[in-house]
Design a protein. Structure first.
Length: 446
């Protein structure tokens, strides 16, 4: 490129589209000229959001020497797709800055700039710092703990963050930031702003996939996920902690690559379970968890973690095995939600809240291969809650076990049993109301 072309390209990144034989849409031109440090790009499918991110990355490494650009997606394959578009743009410009190192996942230029594509795994990312541009693709599907771990990379460099995604229901950090009051430049691009998507195509999509699908995938709407295991979870959230008196209890779900999740709180004399703290970390040694967890709590843990339970006991923690019946545990948690006997401090349990917006049953199409139980994902903090409730409500679960007649969700059974808390206790446990708070079998240490 001659100096005049180089200057024009430096001032207008959308000219990279022309070099590739394309024309940038108006929204793409506007976004590429923006200098906002934090951008949320809420886009319809197939409008060119990944291509736009790739152009922005290419422009950064060419015209900002010693820049580190990270491409982050839920999987290596997805981040590799953006990287491939970066290479297409770089080649279309005839490589104005020489490459000194090049693979399918990384590009280094002689001006000291780098582009690196990464999968959505925390352990592969923490070593990076001084990032000039961080691009998070499919941001609505990036876990909250991973998002929290990458933000500090921009602190010293004052780098830019571009998070692009199609919505994925009413949950997760992308949804929360879009509707929050943070200092973001928010860009919404529905299908109507893409001249390559026709009304005829959308009419067929609506007929084939339904209105809810079209609203989310093409109209940028954060539609609620169908089939949530705990659709009423929001009603148990509280913003103030009343310092309830009672017995300290907690639940633990063991994990390594999947997160270790623990939560704890108080079971008060009125049989209300208050959850006020959580611990949620990946790839952290168990002895570190043991040091961090409070000693005065009686924990109920995943019974499959026999070795882990023994190790926690050896460290001085009070830990007992819980029940691992998924359906009955879900029924007991649901009973507490519907009868007001579960309270969760909103500000202290972000991961529990995030999972409650994701944990779902399979669709009709998925049941043939996945079965009737909830999909085994986004259920670590919720698993810890289920283990805790499975023990303090063991007699309620025993009664439900006798009533269970199907392999699917216990809708008909637990709805009838949760109309009224006092009635539930009398009808299920016998003539006298039962209170787990006074059941010494639950609190006897081993």
């Amino acid at each position: 490129m001659d100096p005049q072309q180089t200057l024009a390209l430096m001032l207008d990144p959308s000219l990279i589209f022309q070099a590739m034989g394309m024309t940038a849409d108006p929204w793409q031109q506007e976004l590429l000229l923006s200098t906002a440090r934090q951008t949320l790009l809420n886009c319809s499918r197939q409008v060119g959001k990944s291509r736009t991110a790739a152009v922005l990355a290419t422009h950064a490494v060419l015209f900002q020497p010693h820049s580190l650009v990270l491409l982050l997606s839920p999987s290596q394959r997805q981040s590799g797709e953006i990287f491939r578009k970066v290479m297409e743009a770089y080649n279309a410009l005839q490589r104005p800055v020489k490459a000194t190192y090049e693979t399918q996942l990384k590009l280094e230029l002689e001006n000291g700039s780098r582009v690196v594509c990464l999968p959505g795994r925390e352990e592969t990312i923490r070593s990076f710092s001084g990032v000039r541009l961080l691009i998070i693709d499919e941001a609505a599907r990036i876990p909250e703990d991973l998002y929290r771990s990458v933000r500090p990379m921009l602190a010293a460099s004052q780098g830019r963050l571009l998070a692009l995604s199609t919505p994925f229901g009413q949950r997760g950090w992308f949804h929360d930031e879009w509707h929050g009051d943070g200092q973001w430049y928010r860009v919404r691009i529905p299908w109507t702003q893409c001249p390559r998507i026709t009304p005829e195509f959308m009419e067929e999509e609506r007929r084939s996939m339904g209105d809810a699908w079209v609203r989310q995938e093409y109209e940028c709407a954060f539609t609620a996920m169908e089939g949530l295991v705990y659709p009423d979870f929001e009603q148990c959230l509280v913003d103030l902690w009343p310092l309830p008196a009672g017995k300290a209890v907690g639940g633990i779900d063991f994990g390594w690559r999947n997160p270790f999740a623990a939560l704890w709180g108080v079971l008060d004399r009125d049989d209300v379970l208050w959850i006020g703290r959580e611990r949620y970390l990946r790839e952290t040694p168990l002895h570190e968890h043991a040091q961090a967890l409070p000693r005065h709590v009686m924990y109920y843990a995943d019974p499959a973690g026999r070795t882990e339970i023994e190790e926690l006991r050896a460290s001085g923690l009070l830990v007992r095995k819980a029940s691992n019946d998924i359906r009955l545990g879900i029924a007991a948690v649901t009973a507490r939600i519907r009868t007001g006997r579960l309270k969760v401090l909103r500000t202290a349990c972000p991961f529990l809240l995030s999972e409650a917006k994701l944990y779902r049953y399979p669709t009709v199409q998925e049941r043939g291969t996945l079965g009737e139980n909830p999909i085994d994902d986004h259920n670590h903090a919720l698993g810890a809650l289920r283990y805790l409730v499975s023990r303090i409500d063991a007699k309620f679960i025993a009664k439900l076990r006798k009533k269970a007649t199907t392999d699917g969700p216990l809708e008909a059974d637990f709805v009838e049993a949760t109309l009224d808390p006092e009635e539930t206790q009398r009808g299920v446990y016998g003539a006298k109301p039962y209170s787990p708070w006074t059941d010494e079998d639950l609190w006897t240490t081993l």
